[in-house]
Design a protein around this ligand. Structure first.
Ligand code: FAD
Length: 466
């Protein structure tokens, strides 16, 4: 069988199906696996870098299931602490309270650090507490058709809460402006990251470049009779009704296959539809895809001749750059006294529109406001990566534009972060879609397969609200 697309969705589907006994050919147009969550040798700086820092959370059960299947789960570094920094350097630590092994039960585990946070005024804290309470119950607001912006405006949020929490933490997790986010998605993020349990909200970051995480995928598939075909661009496919068989056309030749999983981003699927056989529902699927919209994410990779911060990562308040990741600490990168720092700007079309020089100058200027040592350090090299098609948005009504795994075509299944998973555009959504497609395919083939990982159960007092 054939899986088209070597991103997280395609890889998770392929590996789960291989484990169930299918001989899987995973087809990827690029020369490496990982898709949008990948790394490559950047010609400008001569370093292998992630196209952007990718963060996962404890609640990402299917992504972790995929990592466990290919044996790389221990390459993820986990932390429960988040540091917020104001321009000038004042720091706030958000995270669970612990006295030795004893912590407070969810949802109170993070309450103490939140109550003492200097980044928020008392009015901000009261507004945030009220909003979180309204979102606390499992499934709360799931039928709301409001945008997060409208909901926040009618729930008395202060400027501080809006700018330093909702716009920065939540909008950047969902990578869109608050008026372009459906309330149910925001409520889900709030519950998973801050309320359900300390484990669900813990942050995970790869300790190796992303594509290195997937180095074992080819071997995993080969050991089970399959293979990975890189640099192989799929252009279309034909279905032979008589023998129930697909012929997948690539620029490099044809692949005969009983079953196909198409794990492309939505724009890739849109290009493929006209090159698939006519089918009832194909036009409706194209219509669903047309409702999706891209949001950009930019990252600025900076190599300094000396250390500029002791922090592993931080949220940067009140400026255009949002996140700082210290790749020297996280991935053991950079040599000697120097430091490799990555900055991430999400949910902002304005930064993505800046010229390279302007974007780098702004990033450096802002970074120095948080870490004054930047002014003393020498910048050795820099890479700016603008991913204009980083994620799809989750505005109100988007669920109607997210199809399930079963497609309009026989024995062809859909995966990709944009299909119906209930999750925003993330690696977890991609892994979920891969596992859902694998289960749907196996069921059609009459082979038992249960690879979908259930959600983490809420703990502490949150169990009472489940
Ligand atoms: C800059 C950036 C930052 C992000 N940050 C985070 C984060 O912190 N946390 C998080 O969870 N998510 C993050 N995301 C989102 C996450 O990367 C995606 O949601 C996820 O990787 C999507 O996986 P996918 O397999 O669905 O799609 P993709 O990764 O797009 O995979 C599709 C694959 O199909 C291949 N392909 C396309 N057309 C063809 C064809 N015709 N033939 C063969 N192959 C083809 C592509 O090359 C690609 O490898 C970020 C994304 C970006 C871009």
């Amino acid at each position: 069988m054939t899986v088209v697309g070597g991103g997280v969705a395609g890889m998770s589907a392929a590996c789960a199906l291989a484990e169930a006994g299918f001989a899987v050919t995973l087809v990827e147009r690029r020369g490496y696996l990982g898709g949008r969550a990948g790394s490559y040798l950047h010609p400008g700086v001569g370093e292998t870098i992630d196209n952007c820092q990718h963060v996962l959370f404890g609640c990402c059960t299917n992504l972790q299931g995929f990592y466990r299947r290919i044996g790389v789960a221990e390459k993820i570094h986990w932390t429960t602490d988040m540091t917020m920094i104001e321009p000038g350097g004042r720091r706030t630590r958000l995270g669970p309270f612990k006295l030795g092994p004893v912590g407070l039960p969810a949802p109170l585990h993070g309450a103490l650090s939140f109550l003492t946070a200097s980044a928020f005024t008392l009015a901000d804290k009261l507004a945030l507490a009220r909003a979180m309470q309204a979102m606390m119950k499992q499934g709360a607001l799931s039928n709301s058709s409001e945008s997060l912006g409208d909901w926040l405006r009618s729930h008395g949020q202060t400027q501080g809460a809006l700018n330093r929490f909702w716009r920065l933490v939540i909008a950047s997790a969902l990578n869109a402006e608050i008026d372009e986010i459906a309330v149910p998605y925001a409520a889900k993020v709030i519950r998973e990251l801050f309320l359900n349990s300390a484990r669900a909200g813990s942050m995970g970051m790869s300790t190796v470049p992303l594509s290195e995480l997937y180095a074992g995928v080819a071997g995993y598939l080969e050991a089970r009779g399959g293979k990975v075909l890189l640099n192989t661009h799929v252009e279309g496919a034909e279905w032979d009704e008589e023998i129930s068989e697909w012929t997948v056309r690539t620029r490099q030749g044809e692949l005969i296959s009983e079953f196909v999983v198409v794990a492309l981003p939505f724009e890739g699927m849109a290009k493929l539809i006209p090159n698939l056989p006519p089918a009832d529902g194909a036009t409706a699927l194209a219509g669903q895809i047309a409702r999706h919209e891209h949001w950009p994410i930019c990252s600025v990779h900076l190599w300094f001749d000396q250390a500029v911060t002791d922090l592993e990562h931080a949220v940067l308040l009140d400026r255009e750059i949002h996140w700082m990741y210290n790749q020297s600490l996280l991935q053991g990168r950079g040599t000697g006294e120097g430091q490799y720092i990555e900055l991430v700007v999400s949910a902002t079309r304005a930064f993505a529109a800046l010229s390279r020089e302007a974007a780098i100058a702004q990033a450096l200027k802002e970074l120095a406001e948080f870490f004054p040592l930047v002014k003393e350090a020498k910048l050795l090299k820099v890479a700016l990566i603008k991913e204009v098609r980083a994620t799809f948005g989750v505005p109100p009504g988007i669920d109607g534009a997210r199809p399930g795994a079963v497609s309009p075509w026989p024995d062809l299944f859909l995966a990709g972060d944009w299909v119906q998973t209930g999750w925003p555009s993330t690696m977890e959504s991609a892994a979920r879609s891969g596992h859902l497609a694998a289960e749907a395919l196996a069921s059609q083939a009459g082979i038992p397969l249960s690879c979908f990982e259930p959600d983490l159960k809420p703990t502490g007092l949150m169990r009472l609200l489940a």
